[in-house]
Design a protein around this ligand. Structure first.
Ligand code: MD3
Ligand code: FE
Length: 218
């Protein structure tokens, strides 16, 4: 009996969809079967467009490292933040979006009722212990009707989300390896952030968390 119980403890839960808010879901474990392919694709992107720490328009170095792929990437300079079709570090276009990225993003968006999601941009964030993302809104994408799909890989994080006003109360949602969140409809412009990453090690990423966000930006 004890042997059987031990066996059950090793079985991972089947992926399932959790509603978060009107227009927002977390598909728990939705990316687990793609994890190695996704991480290999991240390595291909970072070989062409290496990780970098953006300097905010206010002059602060972000604790999160990032890169991008697809039709444009997220850049920051004295002119502010924007989507730019050229990687300022290489002077070349961003790497193409790997096929597995677009496929997973479309499947995930459909789970929340957003059919035909065809992201043109993926921002890739890398967190090491202590790295965090302060509460913000994503409102620079051209098509506000399209959702944003986010995929968490590696170390777990505590995600924070509020409402349309910065002063709205916030909820904390744990996001673990393989979780996929979809943010659309009324939740699309909600404030959100990530609390400082706790130290730890993940078998596939080591001492890091990697987050992919898929967008319709241009
Ligand atoms: C809720 N990334 O790249 S993903 C970002 O974990 C960003 O790296 C976080 O916020 C991360 O902009 C959070 C979850 C997420 C992404 C976009 C959203 C939640 C969202 C847009 C609207 C509402
Ligand atoms: Fe965001």
């Amino acid at each position: 009996m004890a042997g059987n119980l031990a066996l059950f403890e090793d079985i991972e839960e089947a992926p399932r969809v959790e509603p978060l808010a009107d227009g927002a879901i977390v598909w728990r474990g939705g990316a687990r079967t793609f994890d190695r392919d996704l991480l290999a694709a991240v390595d291909e992107v970072t070989a062409q467009a290496p990780w970098r720490h953006l300097i905010t328009p206010g002059g602060f170095r972000m604790s999160v490292a990032m890169t991008s792929c697809g039709a444009a990437g997220w850049v920051s300079d004295r002119r502010g933040y924007r989507y730019d079709p050229i990687d300022p570090d290489s002077g070349k276009p961003w790497p193409a979006m790997p096929k597995v990225f677009g496929e997973l993003a479309a499947i995930a968006a459909a789970q929340a009722g957003f059919h035909g999601f065809d992201p043109d941009v993926c921002l890739i964030n890398r967190y090491v212990p202590g790295a965090r993302l302060t509460l913000h809104q994503d409102r620079d994408e051209r098509d506000g009707r399209a959702p944003i799909v986010s995929v968490s890989l590696g170390l777990p994080a505590m995600f924070q989300f509020g409402g349309p006003q910065r002063s709205d109360p916030t909820r904390r949602i744990p996001l673990v390896h393989g979780d996929v969140a979809v943010w659309g409809g009324p939740a699309r412009f909600f404030h959100h952030g990530v609390l400082p990453l706790k130290p730890g090690s993940h078998p596939l990423t080591g001492e890091q968390r990697i987050n992919l966000t898929f967008r319709r930006a241009r």
